[in-house]
Design a protein around this ligand. Structure first.
Ligand SMILES: *Cc1c(COP(=O)(O)O)cnc(C)c1O
Length: 422
């Protein structure tokens, strides 16, 4: 989706100078935009008694961004030890953190319990016996199986590796209670990049139905439901935006119905990553080559190490050329990186204004699952990250990787296991 006009107006005039000062490529994020989205989310759910967003750390795991989330009063959704550490470094403690691991290791349970613990969300019934110390407050990730269809990124619930099956859920809460749990929550995460508000409303309804059923069967109350993340953003110019105000209103109505029937209302949690930061980041890269063979190619100085989504999911990311408006002389080009992988393309047969070597390209909507997903195949290094602050200053919030970083794990001095040694 073309950038919000507010971010474009703030960013584009600075780009030539930023490219000179910092070098390309870089991701740059928009503090003002992130704050606006955060405020709108809170506003949308203001009528829901207790609402809290837990920012999905994996979407943009940078301390500077997490500090913004913490300032806005949001918690953090973590699913690895690294993410727990980042959340705690941002000042999160206890129920500021929801830990949703899957295929959980003993080390992860230990890390989850450290430093005041967190809200522990178990992915399977078999993990109840493996939690070193059952916390007083426990949550399960629910997988409704054939009762719901997922979407292409996250997969069909029946095939998904996540969550506790419907038939196991009562037992899960019963066993957790036997191990000492006294307070309960229910979580699910069914879709990814879903722009249809009705799907998420159905998820809220499903969670409320399920907790009503479990409450009845086991005589327990639920402190919260967590509808997961997965709220979509418009990547394509013609995509419509997710109607978060409507989700807030309809959630409020469902929670009120629940309260009338059950005599209490659970808190409502959400763990959006993409929705919070996705539209507020761009990848800025410079055209360094053009090549005309069977197709026209524009070679840029970024590659999949900076943004995997096009190569991995065939995802569309809108591209603008700085200083050149789209028009009648647009040419269809493939915008490519340097990786020895033919899917290292940011765009395929995309009509763009004629691009010359040296032009700056802005690849949009990279504020979530962008830099974070980058990888080092082919020895390609991940780029730097910048923050356009609300005060107009631009801050380096992560330097580019160096070859020294890349080689840091190699064992140049041999370390050998000898058979027969004691
Ligand atoms: C990835 C993930 C999220 C965030 O997904 P978005 O699409 O970025 O909103 C939330 N919860 C869980 C458990 C996840 O794995």
């Amino acid at each position: 989706m073309p950038l919000s006009s507010a971010y474009r107006q703030r960013l584009f005039p600075l780009l030539p100078e930023l490219a000179t000062c910092f070098g390309t490529p870089f991701h740059i994020y928009d503090e003002a935009g992130i704050r606006t989205t955060g405020a709108q989310l809170k506003q949308a759910f203001a009528g829901v008694g207790r609402f809290r967003e837990y920012y999905a750390v994996k979407a943009l795991p940078n301390p500077r961004i997490l500090a913004l989330m913490h300032e806005m009063g949001f918690g953090f959704d973590c699913s690895s030890v690294a993410e727990l550490q980042l959340a705690r470094a941002a000042g999160a403690r206890g129920d500021d953190i929801m830990f949703t691991s899957n295929n959980t290791s003993p080390e992860e349970f230990v890390a989850a319990a450290q430093d005041g613990g967190c809200l522990l969300n178990l992915d399977d019934i078999s993990l109840i016996a493996k939690v070193p110390q059952m916390p007083e407050l426990i949550c399960f990730r629910y997988n409704p199986g054939p009762a719901r269809s997922g979407n292409s990124i996250i997969g069909n619930p029946v095939e998904a590796k996540y969550g506790v099956a419907h038939e196991q859920l009562l037992d899960a809460f019963r066993q957790a209670r036997e191990r000492g749990a006294r307070r309960f929550g229910l979580h699910t995460m069914l879709a990814s990049n879903e722009r249809d508000c009705r799907y998420v409303v159905e998820t809220v309804r499903m969670l409320l139905d399920v907790i009503a059923w479990v409450s009845r069967e086991l005589s327990i109350r639920f402190e919260f439901i967590n509808m997961g993340g997965g709220l979509g953003i418009p990547y394509q110019p013609e995509d419509s935006a997710f109607d978060v105000a409507r989700l807030g209103r309809e959630t409020q109505a469902l929670v009120q119905d629940f309260e009338q029937a059950q005599g209490y209302a659970p808190a409502v949690f959400m763990e959006s990553g993409r929705y919070m930061t996705g539209p507020h980041g761009v990848l800025v890269t410079r055209a360094i080559n053009h090549k005309d063979t069977y197709r026209r190619f524009i070679g840029v100085d970024a590659c999949m190490s900076a943004l995997m989504r096009p190569g991995m999911y065939g995802a569309y990311h809108h591209i603008e050329v700085v200083g050149k408006a789209p028009g009648a002389d647009d040419v269809a080009v493939d915008v490519v990186g340097s990786l020895c992988e033919n899917n290292d393309k940011f765009a395929i047969e995309r009509p763009l204004p004629p691009i010359a070597d040296g032009d700056l390209l802005v690849i949009e909507d990279t504020g979530a699952h962008g830099h974070a997903m980058g990888f080092n195949y082919n020895g390609r290094l991940r780029p730097q990250e910048l923050l356009l602050r609300a005060d107009g200053q631009v801050e380096l919030i992560r330097r580019a990787e160096t070859l020294q970083d890349h080689f840091a794990t190699l064992q140049f001095e041999p370390k050998v296991w000898h058979s027969g040694a004691h």
